[in-house]
Structures are given as structure tokens and as C-alpha cells.
Design a protein around this ligand. Structure first.
Ligand SMILES: Nc1nc2c(c(=O)[nH]1)N[C@H]1C(S)=C(S)[C@@H](COP(=O)(O)O)O[C@H]1N2
Ligand SMILES: [Mo]
Length: 427
């Protein structure tokens, strides 16, 4: 663990130095140009799509959402999903009573464009680039499935999960899809280790970066074509625990979640887990795309002028499996349930407050905390006086981090980690 943390941060520092010196190549856009685009109007992150709007413009959970996300294949009934532009957020209360694994029918979808329909029989993966000993190597779906299989339980969580609370709870402006806390799901993924495929493709010791690219449409943002979704992964992570997954919860990957094959990068921001992967470049020098230069880094007054290093691990969060503004009867025991998770380490403890943070007590944990997954928890509450109340849940992980009261702002609203205030009404 420590070894990987070290090599990851060394890698980030090297990348950041190169970026600062203007050595970034292949990013598609000059950074200043891109930042200008992102700042323009400050309204919506261009990639979020016109319909989704910004957190500032659409703070409510569902009031401003359009009726459907045309690019998503699976049904999106309102009791399971809140549609936000090209994306669909899981209604957290719909997880109540489900297991650790999020059923595919309620797993959130984050699409930069639209879900492509890809036939596994005609699909192949091409691995190529200067970090290989020889030329391109191709794998058919059947060849990939014939390689040694591994399974892993891991969450996929959008870096912007919780973004709307920068605005509704902290009064700050951010750009991007106005997620509440439902841009996360946990699944059991089955596939082949990326490291296994890279070794078979002849990765050399000069390789430093691995760039998976999706087969979905090129992303056009404010009139600029950014190309296909692609984000470099440092070789150390690629060889560690990354999967090329072809099954989700025991079924072939559904179209919306990357059929036939996607990356699963445990613990890291969701953008790392590229869906519908078609090719992987293995490079002997660092690579740059808009997804590791202008997006998915922290910008703003509280961060270095060049922005933070590219985001890697997810932060920690907690959510109640209860609708916001739910109505609860007074003087009757109510079983509050929820989930907490962290990208850094297993969750150690969850505390809840039913009086806006004046008093705290421990919630009961229902799962053995594991890295890269979440724990379900519960606590019984007997509301006394009728009227409004605010519920809070606060997680601490085994790395010693506790959710703070306030999250440090960044312009694109990533990595929200503060305790979320959950209003209810006692009647
Ligand atoms: N090819 C491709 N991969 C992608 C995306 C995309 O739009 N295209 N979205 C990314 C983002 S931002 C997230 S949060 C996750 C979401 O995965 P899911 O839709 O299966 O929940 O996929 C990532 N992989
Ligand atoms: Mo995301």
C-alpha cells in the first residue's frame, strides 16, 4: 500500500512539474483556452450537456430535471433515478433493503455523450504504443474471457458526487452536473487483470502511462472536439488492482455500464473507469488529455495556481437511505439506515446526529468494512417534538480521516466530503 501511495505521488509530482512547464502534449487544447471555456458563464460545465445545468441553477434533487436521458438504454423510473442531462443519479432511498451490491437496475449512469450499442462478437481490444516491446496486440472478447479471471467488489463513484452541496450547503458556485449523493454504486466485477493483458501485450520497463479510450462518440464541448473519453493511468496503478471487467453482479456488463468491456479502477474517481474500452495506449512518456489536465483536478483560490495533481482516490462520504424532506411520525421509533464509504481506507466508524449536530452517537455497522466498498449502517431514533429536524451522518475511515463540517471549494465541485445536512419533518 505504502509503496503504491509513494509511486503514485511521485508520478503526480512529475506530471505536475511537466504541466507547469508547459510540456503537456496531446491535451488537445491549451490550458488557458480550456479554463476560459470552463469559466465562460460559470454556468454549466460544457461536458455536463445543455440540459443538466449547473449546481447553482438546479440545486434541487429533481425539480429541474428533464423527463428522460435519451442516451441511456435502461429504464429510468423516477423512484429509482433522477435524470440530470445525459446522466442518471440513483435515488438513495431506493437502496434501502438492497444488499452491499447495487442492482444494475438502479446503478447510476454517467455518460459524456450516449450509450453506444456494441456487439461483443465484433469487438476487439487493441493494445499499442511506445511502452510495448513490439507492435499492436489485439484481443477478441473470447480471447479476453479465456484469460485467468478475477472478481472484485468495488464502487464506481463520480468525482463530482455531492457537488450540489457546495452550492446548497456552502453557498459556493461550481460547474458541472448537480449530483446529490447518488452518483455512486457498488458492484461485483469480474474480468481479467489489466496487468495480465499488458504483460501479454509486451509492456516494457520503460512504460509509464496507460491510456484507455472509450468507443462512445467524441465529446464536443462548447464547439471544441475533445476526442473520445480517455484518461491516463500511471503504470503502477494499472499493474496493481485494475480490472478489464466483462461482468457486473454476475451478468454480462449492461450497455450503459460499458458493454462489452470496461475498466474498473478501485477506489479512484469514476472517470478512471473507462467504459466501452476499444484501445489502450501504453506509453514510455507521460500522456495528457483534457481529462487529466483541465478536468478532474482541483482549481480555485484554495489550490495551487496550476491546479492540483490529477485526481486519483475518492474521498469519504455518508448518505441516509431516506428522501430529503421525508415526513416521520413523532414518538414512534424510526430505523434510520444509510451507507458510508471512503476511497482511502475501509470505514471505521459512523456517527449520526438527529439534532443538527448538537449530539452524536455511533451507528451500528452491518458490514465488515472493506477497502473500495461501502458499509451499511443503522440507528434507531424516536423523534419527540413535531417540527423540522436535521439528520447528519459522519464517517471516519481507517486512514484516520473524518468527514469535516465544510468541504474545501474547487471550481468544478469535485470531491465533496463534508457532512451533509439531511432535513426531515416530524409530524
Ligand atoms: N467511455 C466512457 N467511459 C466513461 C464515461 C464516459 O462518458 N465514457 N464516464 C466516466 C465517468 S465520469 C464516470 S463517473 C463513470 C460512470 O460509470 P457508470 O455510468 O457505469 O456508473 O464512467 C466513466 N467512464
Ligand atoms: Mo464522473
Amino acid at each position: 500500500m505504502a509503496h503504491h501511495a509513494l509511486s503514485e505521488s511521485a508520478y503526480d509530482r512529475r506530471r505536475l512539474r511537466q504541466w507547469s512547464r508547459g510540456e503537456a502534449r496531446g491535451a488537445g487544447l491549451h490550458r488557458r483556452e480550456m479554463l476560459g471555456l470552463l469559466a465562460a458563464a460559470g454556468a454549466s460545465l460544457p461536458l455536463a450537456g445543455a440540459a443538466s445545468g449547473a449546481a447553482a441553477a438546479a440545486p434541487g434533487p429533481s425539480s429541474a430535471a428533464p423527463a428522460a436521458a435519451p442516451g441511456i438504454v435502461k429504464p429510468l423510473p423516477p423512484e429509482l433515478f433522477t435524470v440530470r442531462g445525459t446522466n442518471a443519479e440513483t435515488v438513495f432511498s431506493s437502496l434501502r433493503g438492497t444488499g452491499v451490491l447495487t442492482p444494475a437496475d438502479r446503478f447510476f449512469v454517467r455518460n459524456h455523450t450516449v450509450t453506444p450499442r456494441i456487439d461483443a462478437a465484433g469487438w476487439e481490444l487493441t493494445v499499442w504504443g511506445s511502452g510495448l516491446g513490439g507492435g499492436p496486440v489485439r484481443f477478441s472478447y473470447d480471447e479476453l474471457r479465456a484469460l485467468p479471471a478475477t472478481t472484485a467488489t468495488a464502487f464506481v463513484e463520480c468525482a463530482g458526487n455531492g457537488r450540489s452541496f457546495y452550492t446548497t450547503q456552502q453557498g459556493q458556485q461550481v460547474s458541472g452536473t448537480a449530483w446529490t449523493l447518488g452518483a455512486i454504486g457498488v458492484a461485483r466485477w469480474r474480468g481479467v487483470r489489466l496487468g495480465e493483458v499488458l504483460r501479454r501485450a509486451g509492456v516494457t520497463r520503460h512504460a509509464v502511462d496507460v491510456l484507455p479510450r472509450g468507443l462512445d462518440d467524441e465529446v464536443v464541448s462548447a464547439g471544441v472536439n475533445l476526442g473520445r473519453v480517455r484518461r491516463p493511468l500511471p503504470l503502477a496503478k494499472a499493474l496493481d488492482d485494475v480490472l478489464l471487467a466483462y461482468e457486473m453482479n454476475g451478468e454480462p456488463l449492461p450497455p450503459d455500464h460499458g458493454h462489452p468491456v470496461r475498466l474498473i479502477v478501485p477506489g479512484w474517481v469514476g472517470i478512471s473507469s473507462v467504459k466501452w474500452v476499444g484501445d489502450i495506449e501504453v506509453s514510455d512518456e507521460p500522456l495528457y488529455t483534457p481529462w487529466n489536465t483541465d478536468m478532474y483536478r482541483l482549481f480555485g483560490p484554495e489550490h495551487p495556481p496550476q491546479g492540483s495533481a490529477p485526481l486519483t482516490r475518492q474521498t469519504l462520504k455518508s448518505a441516509f437511505e431516506l428522501d430529503r424532506d421525508a415526513t416521520l411520525p413523532a414518538r414512534r421509533p424510526v430505523r434510520l439506515t444509510g451507507r458510508s464509504w471512503s476511497g482511502a481506507a475501509p470505514v471505521r466508524e459512523v456517527e449520526i446526529s438527529t439534532d443538527g449536530g448538537a449530539h452524536w452517537r455511533r451507528a451500528r455497522l452491518h458490514d465488515v468494512p472493506r477497502p473500495g466498498s461501502w458499509v451499511r449502517w443503522s440507528a434507531t431514533w424516536v423523534p419527540t417534538a413535531p417540527g423540522p429536524a436535521v439528520l447528519l451522518a459522519r464517517a471516519t475511515d481507517r486512514a484516520g480521516r473524518t468527514q469535516p463540517d465544510v468541504s474545501v471549494h474547487n471550481t468544478q465541485g469535485y470531491l465533496f466530503d463534508a457532512v451533509v445536512r439531511h432535513p426531515v419533518t416530524v409530524v
